[in-house]
Design a protein around this ligand. Structure first.
Ligand code: BDR
Ligand code: CA
Length: 312
Protein backbone atom coordinates (compact mmCIF):
# COMPACT_ATOMS: atom_id res chain seq x y z
CA UNK A 1 0.00 0.00 0.00
CA UNK A 2 1.39 3.40 -0.95
CA UNK A 3 1.58 6.09 1.69
CA UNK A 4 1.19 9.83 1.22
CA UNK A 5 4.95 10.18 1.32
CA UNK A 6 5.31 8.14 -1.84
CA UNK A 7 2.88 10.19 -3.92
CA UNK A 8 4.33 11.78 -7.04
CA UNK A 9 4.00 15.58 -6.87
CA UNK A 10 2.62 16.91 -10.14
CA UNK A 11 1.45 20.18 -11.67
CA UNK A 12 -1.14 20.08 -14.44
CA UNK A 13 -1.03 22.79 -17.11
CA UNK A 14 -4.30 22.64 -18.99
CA UNK A 15 -6.92 24.14 -21.33
CA UNK A 16 -10.17 22.51 -20.16
CA UNK A 17 -11.51 21.14 -22.49
CA UNK A 18 -13.58 17.96 -22.11
CA UNK A 19 -10.72 15.44 -22.02
CA UNK A 20 -8.77 17.84 -19.78
CA UNK A 21 -11.61 17.79 -17.24
CA UNK A 22 -11.55 13.99 -17.27
CA UNK A 23 -7.77 13.88 -16.85
CA UNK A 24 -7.81 16.42 -13.99
CA UNK A 25 -10.59 14.53 -12.22
CA UNK A 26 -8.68 11.24 -12.46
CA UNK A 27 -5.51 12.95 -11.18
CA UNK A 28 -7.19 14.63 -8.21
CA UNK A 29 -8.44 11.27 -6.93
CA UNK A 30 -5.40 9.13 -7.84
CA UNK A 31 -3.73 7.66 -4.77
CA UNK A 32 -0.37 7.74 -6.54
CA UNK A 33 -0.46 11.48 -7.31
CA UNK A 34 -0.30 14.69 -5.32
CA UNK A 35 -1.58 17.56 -7.50
CA UNK A 36 0.15 20.70 -6.19
CA UNK A 37 -1.18 23.26 -8.65
CA UNK A 38 -3.28 23.62 -11.78
CA UNK A 39 -2.31 26.27 -14.34
CA UNK A 40 -4.43 27.27 -17.30
CA UNK A 41 -3.66 28.27 -20.85
CA UNK A 42 -5.67 29.42 -23.86
CA UNK A 43 -6.20 26.46 -26.17
CA UNK A 44 -9.38 24.49 -26.67
CA UNK A 45 -11.19 27.73 -25.79
CA UNK A 46 -10.08 31.16 -24.55
CA UNK A 47 -8.26 31.67 -21.26
CA UNK A 48 -11.29 33.04 -19.35
CA UNK A 49 -13.27 29.90 -20.11
CA UNK A 50 -10.41 27.45 -19.51
CA UNK A 51 -9.69 29.13 -16.17
CA UNK A 52 -13.35 29.21 -15.09
CA UNK A 53 -13.69 25.57 -16.05
CA UNK A 54 -10.64 24.59 -14.01
CA UNK A 55 -11.77 26.55 -10.93
CA UNK A 56 -15.36 25.32 -11.16
CA UNK A 57 -14.22 21.74 -11.61
CA UNK A 58 -11.95 21.80 -8.55
CA UNK A 59 -14.85 23.28 -6.53
CA UNK A 60 -17.27 20.69 -7.89
CA UNK A 61 -14.90 17.92 -6.81
CA UNK A 62 -14.56 19.46 -3.34
CA UNK A 63 -10.77 19.76 -3.59
CA UNK A 64 -8.54 22.54 -2.37
CA UNK A 65 -6.01 22.90 -5.18
CA UNK A 66 -4.84 26.36 -6.31
CA UNK A 67 -5.49 27.38 -9.90
CA UNK A 68 -3.46 30.07 -11.69
CA UNK A 69 -4.38 31.73 -14.95
CA UNK A 70 -1.70 31.73 -17.63
CA UNK A 71 -1.12 32.82 -21.21
CA UNK A 72 -4.12 33.82 -23.26
CA UNK A 73 -2.30 33.67 -26.60
CA UNK A 74 0.45 31.47 -28.08
CA UNK A 75 3.96 32.97 -28.12
CA UNK A 76 3.83 34.22 -31.73
CA UNK A 77 0.75 32.84 -33.46
CA UNK A 78 -2.87 33.82 -32.92
CA UNK A 79 -4.92 31.41 -30.86
CA UNK A 80 -6.78 28.80 -32.88
CA UNK A 81 -9.34 27.18 -30.60
CA UNK A 82 -11.26 23.90 -30.78
CA UNK A 83 -14.73 25.06 -29.73
CA UNK A 84 -16.20 22.85 -32.44
CA UNK A 85 -14.97 19.83 -30.44
CA UNK A 86 -15.35 21.05 -26.86
CA UNK A 87 -18.26 23.51 -27.16
CA UNK A 88 -18.13 27.30 -26.83
CA UNK A 89 -17.54 27.13 -23.08
CA UNK A 90 -15.03 24.27 -23.37
CA UNK A 91 -17.18 21.78 -21.46
CA UNK A 92 -19.84 21.03 -24.03
CA UNK A 93 -23.33 21.55 -22.73
CA UNK A 94 -22.29 20.86 -19.13
CA UNK A 95 -22.88 23.57 -16.57
CA UNK A 96 -20.59 23.78 -13.54
CA UNK A 97 -21.91 25.92 -10.70
CA UNK A 98 -19.62 28.89 -10.02
CA UNK A 99 -18.98 29.12 -6.26
CA UNK A 100 -19.30 32.56 -4.73
CA UNK A 101 -16.28 34.00 -2.93
CA UNK A 102 -14.11 31.23 -4.30
CA UNK A 103 -10.51 31.55 -3.14
CA UNK A 104 -8.92 28.92 -5.37
CA UNK A 105 -7.87 31.32 -8.12
CA UNK A 106 -4.44 32.81 -7.51
CA UNK A 107 -3.82 36.51 -8.04
CA UNK A 108 -0.43 35.62 -9.56
CA UNK A 109 0.27 34.64 -13.17
CA UNK A 110 0.58 30.91 -13.85
CA UNK A 111 4.27 31.24 -14.72
CA UNK A 112 5.02 32.83 -11.33
CA UNK A 113 3.01 30.15 -9.52
CA UNK A 114 4.79 27.43 -11.48
CA UNK A 115 8.17 28.85 -10.54
CA UNK A 116 7.27 29.12 -6.84
CA UNK A 117 5.69 25.68 -6.66
CA UNK A 118 8.67 24.02 -8.37
CA UNK A 119 11.37 25.86 -6.43
CA UNK A 120 9.60 25.36 -3.09
CA UNK A 121 9.01 21.65 -3.56
CA UNK A 122 11.14 19.28 -1.48
CA UNK A 123 10.83 16.66 -4.18
CA UNK A 124 11.34 17.17 -7.93
CA UNK A 125 8.06 17.98 -9.65
CA UNK A 126 6.52 16.18 -12.60
CA UNK A 127 4.92 18.65 -15.02
CA UNK A 128 1.84 17.41 -16.86
CA UNK A 129 0.98 19.80 -19.72
CA UNK A 130 -2.20 18.77 -21.55
CA UNK A 131 -2.71 21.92 -23.62
CA UNK A 132 -0.51 24.16 -25.78
CA UNK A 133 2.94 24.53 -24.20
CA UNK A 134 2.93 28.35 -23.94
CA UNK A 135 3.18 28.58 -20.13
CA UNK A 136 5.83 25.89 -19.92
CA UNK A 137 8.00 27.55 -22.57
CA UNK A 138 7.71 30.91 -20.82
CA UNK A 139 8.62 29.28 -17.51
CA UNK A 140 11.74 27.59 -18.91
CA UNK A 141 12.90 30.80 -20.57
CA UNK A 142 12.12 33.18 -17.69
CA UNK A 143 13.18 30.97 -14.80
CA UNK A 144 15.66 28.38 -16.12
CA UNK A 145 16.62 27.54 -12.52
CA UNK A 146 13.39 25.50 -12.22
CA UNK A 147 14.92 22.84 -14.46
CA UNK A 148 16.94 21.53 -11.50
CA UNK A 149 13.75 20.60 -9.69
CA UNK A 150 11.71 19.16 -12.56
CA UNK A 151 11.70 15.36 -12.56
CA UNK A 152 10.12 15.00 -15.98
CA UNK A 153 7.49 16.44 -18.29
CA UNK A 154 4.69 14.03 -19.17
CA UNK A 155 2.73 15.79 -21.89
CA UNK A 156 -0.14 15.21 -24.26
CA UNK A 157 0.80 16.43 -27.68
CA UNK A 158 2.45 15.64 -30.96
CA UNK A 159 2.58 12.50 -32.99
CA UNK A 160 5.35 10.43 -34.51
CA UNK A 161 2.96 9.85 -37.39
CA UNK A 162 0.04 11.97 -38.58
CA UNK A 163 -1.98 14.76 -37.01
CA UNK A 164 -5.48 15.86 -36.09
CA UNK A 165 -5.26 19.56 -37.04
CA UNK A 166 -3.37 19.08 -40.28
CA UNK A 167 -2.13 15.85 -41.84
CA UNK A 168 1.11 16.32 -39.87
CA UNK A 169 0.26 18.34 -36.73
CA UNK A 170 -1.54 17.53 -33.49
CA UNK A 171 -3.69 20.30 -31.94
CA UNK A 172 -1.54 21.29 -28.91
CA UNK A 173 1.59 21.48 -31.07
CA UNK A 174 -0.20 23.24 -33.90
CA UNK A 175 -1.58 25.98 -31.61
CA UNK A 176 1.82 26.98 -30.23
CA UNK A 177 4.63 25.38 -32.24
CA UNK A 178 7.21 27.92 -31.02
CA UNK A 179 6.50 27.03 -27.39
CA UNK A 180 6.62 23.33 -28.25
CA UNK A 181 10.02 23.77 -29.89
CA UNK A 182 11.40 25.53 -26.82
CA UNK A 183 10.21 22.70 -24.56
CA UNK A 184 11.36 19.80 -26.77
CA UNK A 185 14.76 21.44 -27.32
CA UNK A 186 15.44 21.42 -23.57
CA UNK A 187 17.40 18.45 -22.27
CA UNK A 188 14.66 17.62 -19.75
CA UNK A 189 13.23 14.11 -19.70
CA UNK A 190 9.97 14.25 -21.66
CA UNK A 191 7.29 11.61 -22.07
CA UNK A 192 5.29 12.34 -25.22
CA UNK A 193 1.78 10.91 -25.04
CA UNK A 194 0.90 11.84 -28.60
CA UNK A 195 -1.70 10.71 -31.08
CA UNK A 196 0.17 7.45 -31.76
CA UNK A 197 -0.98 6.26 -28.34
CA UNK A 198 -3.96 8.46 -27.50
CA UNK A 199 -5.91 7.59 -30.65
CA UNK A 200 -5.83 3.97 -29.54
CA UNK A 201 -7.95 4.75 -26.48
CA UNK A 202 -11.42 3.44 -27.18
CA UNK A 203 -14.19 4.33 -24.79
CA UNK A 204 -17.49 2.94 -26.03
CA UNK A 205 -20.99 4.33 -25.70
CA UNK A 206 -21.73 1.43 -23.32
CA UNK A 207 -18.78 2.45 -21.13
CA UNK A 208 -20.16 5.98 -21.02
CA UNK A 209 -23.57 4.65 -19.97
CA UNK A 210 -21.96 2.62 -17.20
CA UNK A 211 -20.00 5.65 -15.94
CA UNK A 212 -23.24 7.66 -15.80
CA UNK A 213 -24.31 5.45 -12.88
CA UNK A 214 -21.32 6.48 -10.74
CA UNK A 215 -22.72 9.43 -8.81
CA UNK A 216 -22.36 13.12 -9.63
CA UNK A 217 -18.85 12.77 -11.06
CA UNK A 218 -19.85 9.81 -13.26
CA UNK A 219 -22.83 11.79 -14.46
CA UNK A 220 -20.63 14.79 -15.24
CA UNK A 221 -18.08 12.67 -17.15
CA UNK A 222 -20.74 10.88 -19.14
CA UNK A 223 -22.51 14.14 -20.03
CA UNK A 224 -19.22 15.66 -21.15
CA UNK A 225 -18.38 12.66 -23.28
CA UNK A 226 -21.81 12.63 -24.89
CA UNK A 227 -20.95 16.08 -26.23
CA UNK A 228 -17.39 15.22 -27.24
CA UNK A 229 -17.44 15.37 -30.99
CA UNK A 230 -13.81 14.69 -31.56
CA UNK A 231 -12.95 14.22 -35.22
CA UNK A 232 -10.47 11.60 -34.05
CA UNK A 233 -13.23 9.48 -32.54
CA UNK A 234 -15.13 6.91 -34.52
CA UNK A 235 -18.90 6.55 -34.39
CA UNK A 236 -18.96 4.12 -31.48
CA UNK A 237 -15.72 4.90 -29.70
CA UNK A 238 -14.20 8.01 -28.21
CA UNK A 239 -10.49 8.77 -27.86
CA UNK A 240 -9.67 10.49 -24.57
CA UNK A 241 -6.29 12.03 -25.24
CA UNK A 242 -5.33 13.92 -22.08
CA UNK A 243 -6.16 11.07 -19.71
CA UNK A 244 -3.22 9.14 -21.16
CA UNK A 245 -0.77 11.37 -19.27
CA UNK A 246 -2.40 10.56 -15.94
CA UNK A 247 -2.65 6.84 -16.64
CA UNK A 248 0.98 6.92 -17.81
CA UNK A 249 1.86 8.09 -14.29
CA UNK A 250 -0.47 5.74 -12.42
CA UNK A 251 -0.33 2.67 -14.73
CA UNK A 252 2.88 2.98 -16.80
CA UNK A 253 2.73 -0.70 -17.74
CA UNK A 254 -0.20 0.09 -20.07
CA UNK A 255 2.14 2.00 -22.39
CA UNK A 256 5.05 1.00 -24.60
CA UNK A 257 7.28 3.30 -26.60
CA UNK A 258 10.70 4.25 -27.83
CA UNK A 259 13.34 6.86 -27.07
CA UNK A 260 13.70 9.67 -29.58
CA UNK A 261 14.75 13.21 -30.32
CA UNK A 262 11.82 15.37 -31.42
CA UNK A 263 12.17 18.42 -33.67
CA UNK A 264 9.15 20.70 -33.87
CA UNK A 265 8.43 22.50 -37.14
CA UNK A 266 7.47 26.11 -36.39
CA UNK A 267 6.72 27.65 -39.78
CA UNK A 268 4.97 26.85 -43.01
CA UNK A 269 2.60 24.13 -44.04
CA UNK A 270 4.05 21.55 -41.63
CA UNK A 271 3.92 23.90 -38.61
CA UNK A 272 3.35 21.91 -35.41
CA UNK A 273 4.72 18.68 -36.87
CA UNK A 274 6.80 16.73 -34.34
CA UNK A 275 9.53 15.09 -36.40
CA UNK A 276 10.49 12.06 -34.36
CA UNK A 277 13.97 10.59 -34.76
CA UNK A 278 14.20 7.34 -32.82
CA UNK A 279 17.49 6.88 -31.03
CA UNK A 280 18.48 5.36 -27.71
CA UNK A 281 20.13 8.61 -26.54
CA UNK A 282 17.07 10.78 -27.15
CA UNK A 283 15.62 12.52 -24.09
CA UNK A 284 12.02 11.98 -25.23
CA UNK A 285 10.14 8.77 -24.50
CA UNK A 286 7.51 8.51 -27.23
CA UNK A 287 4.46 6.43 -26.28
CA UNK A 288 3.55 4.35 -29.30
CA UNK A 289 1.15 1.70 -28.06
CA UNK A 290 -1.29 1.16 -25.27
CA UNK A 291 -3.06 -1.86 -23.86
CA UNK A 292 -6.45 -0.88 -25.23
CA UNK A 293 -8.61 -3.18 -23.11
CA UNK A 294 -6.76 -2.43 -19.85
CA UNK A 295 -7.08 1.29 -20.57
CA UNK A 296 -10.87 0.85 -20.86
CA UNK A 297 -11.00 -1.12 -17.62
CA UNK A 298 -8.87 1.46 -15.85
CA UNK A 299 -11.12 4.25 -17.13
CA UNK A 300 -14.23 2.60 -15.70
CA UNK A 301 -12.50 1.54 -12.48
CA UNK A 302 -11.21 5.09 -11.95
CA UNK A 303 -14.64 6.70 -11.94
CA UNK A 304 -16.16 3.85 -9.91
CA UNK A 305 -13.49 4.51 -7.27
CA UNK A 306 -14.04 8.28 -7.37
CA UNK A 307 -17.72 7.69 -6.62
CA UNK A 308 -16.91 5.29 -3.77
CA UNK A 309 -14.55 7.87 -2.27
CA UNK A 310 -17.12 10.66 -2.51
CA UNK A 311 -19.84 8.49 -1.00
CA UNK A 312 -17.66 7.16 1.84
C1 BDR B 1 -5.48 17.59 -27.65
O1 BDR B 1 -6.19 18.69 -28.24
C2 BDR B 1 -7.21 19.12 -27.39
O2 BDR B 1 -8.37 19.39 -28.10
C3 BDR B 1 -7.41 18.04 -26.35
O3 BDR B 1 -7.80 18.61 -25.11
C4 BDR B 1 -6.05 17.39 -26.26
O4 BDR B 1 -5.23 18.04 -25.32
C5 BDR B 1 -5.65 16.40 -28.58
O5 BDR B 1 -5.06 16.66 -29.82
CA1 CA C 1 -6.13 19.56 -23.60
Amino acid sequence: MRTDLMKTPIIIDTDPGIDDVIAITAALFAEELDVKLITTVGGNVGIENTTNNAVNLVNFLGKDIPVAKGADQPLLNKLVSAAQVHGESGVGGYHFEAKENCTLLSSKHAVEELRDAILNSNEPITLVPIGPLTNIALLLKMYPEVKNNIKEIVLMGGAAKGGNMTPVAEFNMFVDPHAAKIVFDEQIKIVMCGLDATLQTRISTDDIKEIAGYGKVGEMVSQLLSHYDSPSSTENYIAIHDLCTIFYLTRPELFTGKRATVNVVTEGEASGCTITHYNEDGHVHVCLDIDVEEFRHEFIATFKKVNEKLEA
